[in-house]
Design a protein around this ligand. Structure first.
Ligand code: IVH
Length: 681
């Protein structure tokens, strides 16, 4: 394939060997950089590469400009040459709302004189720099920036250093006649690489790049290609200018062709959509997916898929009529930190939070950002009064990405988390090897509140209606100090709370009662043992099966469980070795909290009512406690009040209001006889 000038003195073998090595290296580059599926080890690749360099050193006259050895930087330039694009590089018009998308579809139909659905292709809009690559007879001739659309800058030397851009195309089979092609696409940088570059720049005292797009642009417009070579740039193609020797019918086919000749095209996050509603739904999908992509995208590009239709739709002055960019809400924004506050969590960890001028990020107004801990504050150099770039990912609380130090007030000083708990005033400590400062006063009201909120939360014992405000009030008026106190609250206590209506107090009493039989897993989670989340709680319950066993578990037994590491094991044993934690659990049991242990699979068969919740009302011929015992032996749980979670109500003589409630909720009721049958009594 490689037709070097062959000097007659050189044996054909050397030329063949060089061509063979180059083809092998190109193939492995493509597998590695574009397809993410290398076939050989890095060491084997290096061996091939060195062999080629050796041969080229011995035969410099045979060094081809498209040899893989020619990527890393030629001479630095004084300035860039200008290059006129054979076909101007257009821009896209932007839209921001669904209405505009529907209007775009109507316009297309009108122009094409069609009523039927139009087929579109939707691609991510990469946020980088547009580049044109001109390949003549399969060789990369030159590469240019978009510039003003007509004339760009010659960045060939720099572009050659980007490993995902082939220096020679693989033109075979149906593609063997492609004589000329202008490949167009985006040069960009992955977020992780961008962060790394900024960290390095910070260490060298250089200003950070504001975003991956600026970093890509800055890297591609380097006069010294050796600098570009060090930047981890990537390329994905999204279209062509001139194309001679092949005629695809659709844009999708065109990108497939590019992939086929060794040019990376973004098909992974691209979809062909049969109508505009399907476009809308994929756009929505992409707007969520974007947070998990390794690179930034700022919208979706919607293109008419048929190339014939594209041609008949034509161009406006600066953009095509057949495509549009549907932008996403930016996930980053700039704002000012008014002050830094410190919150205290249930384990006493003091977390600094930035209180900021409210700003819209990705469609949501935010005014708080977590600063994690002192190390994070120091690393990013965050101070009160600073102007910062913040970022929101999903539903999590926003984070500060970086400080715009050039806008800093010269009088500001570094922020240090105080040495005292902002809530109880007691001394805070920073344990060795840990990033966080902690308030170690276990009766600090902030800690108590967080412990209770966690205990009552949905994935813990689930006390419906016991939200943040109620917990704060209960603690502030001194009614509750620990989770067990919740179960001695009276209706009077609750209705005496400020802004608590009688009805809400009653509902809350019922929820408290209904929370008394959580699964062991939820109970364990509710205790707030540091490092024990839902997953670890499940592992512990599966392995040890009862609260007694878990409370007295030894460190070695814990570390022997797959999935439990030494830190978690330490934390569990430390928790249960503290008398006040054991005391808290005892008190919960004394208040009637009985976690439901998992069924032992060996005897589960006998337990026909496993997990069913029963409520007893009225008088039965056997005593209440006997009935309760029989039910529990069959695996059922007996609750004192009716809720949606109740499975059966057993109605004896003179049933009380519980039966009314059960009827209201449509819960099945059993007579004593039916109940006995169920228990085989
Ligand atoms: S198509 C004639 N497709 O967005 C159509 N552009 O605002 C020209 N871009 O300059 C562009 N991803 O740098 C197209 N999938 C994509 C794109 C994309 C990013 C950039 C490109 C272009 C700019 C237009």
């Amino acid at each position: 394939m490689n037709d070097n000038n062959i000097n007659n003195d050189i044996s054909r073998d050397v030329v063949d060997e060089m061509n063979d090595l180059r083809n092998q290296i190109r193939r492995h580059d493509h597998l590695y950089y574009n397809l993410d599926s290398p076939e050989i080890s890095d060491a084997d690749y290096d061996r091939l590469f060195r062999k080629l360099i050796d041969l080229e050193l011995r035969h410099p006259e045979l060094v081809a400009p498209d040899s893989p050895t020619q990527r890393v930087g030629g001479q630095a330039l004084e300035k860039f040459k200008q290059i006129r694009h054979a076909i101007p590089m257009m821009s896209l018009s932007n839209i921001f709302e669904k209405n505009e998308l529907l209007e775009f579809d109507r316009r297309i139909k009108r122009s094409l004189g069609r009523n039927s659905d139009i087929e579109y292709i939707v691609e991510p809009k990469l946020d980088g720099v547009a580049i044109e690559l001109v390949y003549e007879n399969g060789r990369l001739g030159y590469a240019s920036t978009r510039g003003d659309g007509e004339i760009g800058e010659d960045v060939t030397q720099n572009v050659k250093t980007i490993r995902s851009i082939p220096l020679a195309l693989t033109l075979s089979g149906e593609f063997s006649n492609i004589r000329l092609i202008d490949v167009r696409g985006e040069v960009f940088m992955n977020r992780g690489d961008f962060d790394k570059i900024n960290r390095n720049r910070d260490e060298q005292g250089l200003p950070a790049f504001a975003n991956p797009r600026n970093a890509s642009a800055g890297s591609i417009r380097q006069l010294d290609p050796k600098v570009t070579a060090k930047r981890p740039l990537k390329f994905l193609a999204y279209g062509v200018g001139r194309l001679a020797g092949f005629q695809p019918k659709t844009h999708y086919e065109l990108i497939g062709m590019l992939q086929g000749i060794g040019v990376p095209g973004n098909l992974t996050h691209t979809r062909v959509c049969g109508n505009i509603e399907a476009v809308w739904s994929f756009y929505t999908e992409l707007s969520v997916l974007r947070q998990n992509l390794p690179f930034e995208i700022d919208g979706a590009v919607i293109k008419v898929n048929s190339l014939v239709d594209q041609l008949s739709l034509g161009m406006k002055s600066r953009s095509p009529r057949w495509a549009v960019a549907f932008k996403f809400e930016p996930l980053q924004a700039t704002t000012r930190i008014r002050k830094i506050e410190v919150g205290v969590g249930r384990t006493g960890v003091m977390t600094p939070v930035a209180i900021m001028d409210p700003v819209s990020v990705g469609g949501v107004t935010v005014s708080r950002a977590t600063l994690h801990n002192q190390d994070e504050i120091d690393k990013k150099g965050i101070r009160e009064g600073d102007t910062v770039v913040i970022q929101r990912a999903g539903d999590v609380i926003p984070e500060v990405v970086r400080v715009l130090k050039e806008l800093r007030n010269s009088e500001s000083s570094p922020y240090i988390i105080p040495d005292n708990c902002p809530v109880c005033g007691s001394q805070a400590v920073r344990l060795e090897g840990q990033a966080a400062k902690r308030c170690i006063n276990s009766s600090c009201s902030a800690r108590i509140k967080e412990t209770l909120k966690h205990f009552a939360s949905r994935n813990a014992v689930d006390i419906e209606g016991m939200g943040e405000k109620i917990v704060d009030r209960l603690v502030d008026v001194g009614l509750v100090h620990s989770p067990a106190d919740i179960y001695s609250l009276t209706l009077y206590d609750l209705s005496s709370l400020e802004r608590m209506a009688e009805k809400s107090a009653l509902n809350l009493m019922t929820s408290i009662e209904n929370s008394k039989h959580p699964s062991l897993q939820k109970f364990l989670f509710s205790l707030g043992i540091p490092l024990v989340g839902e997953h670890i709680a499940k592992l512990l319950v599966t392995e040890f099966r009862s609260m007694d066993a878990i409370e007295s578990v030894r460190l070695e037994e814990l570390t022997a469980v797959p999935g439990i590491g030494p830190e978690v094991a330490q934390s569990v044993t430390r928790f249960f070795s503290e008398p006040h934690n054991r005391e808290m659990i005892r008190k919960l049991f004394d208040s009637g909290v009985t976690p439901v242990c998992p069924v032992d699979s060996t005897t589960a068969e006998g337990k026909t009512l496993q997990g069913k919740v029963f409520v007893l009302t009225g008088s039965l011929s056997i005593s209440r406690s006997k009935a309760k015992q029989l039910l529990e032996e069959s695996g059922a749980v007996v609750s004192g009040s009716v809720s949606r979670k109740t499975d059966f109500v057993v109605a004896g003589e003179d049933p009380g209001s519980k039966l009314d409630k059960a009827r209201e909720l449509g819960i099945p009721e059993l007579t004593e006889e039916e109940f006995r049958n169920m228990l085989n009594q």
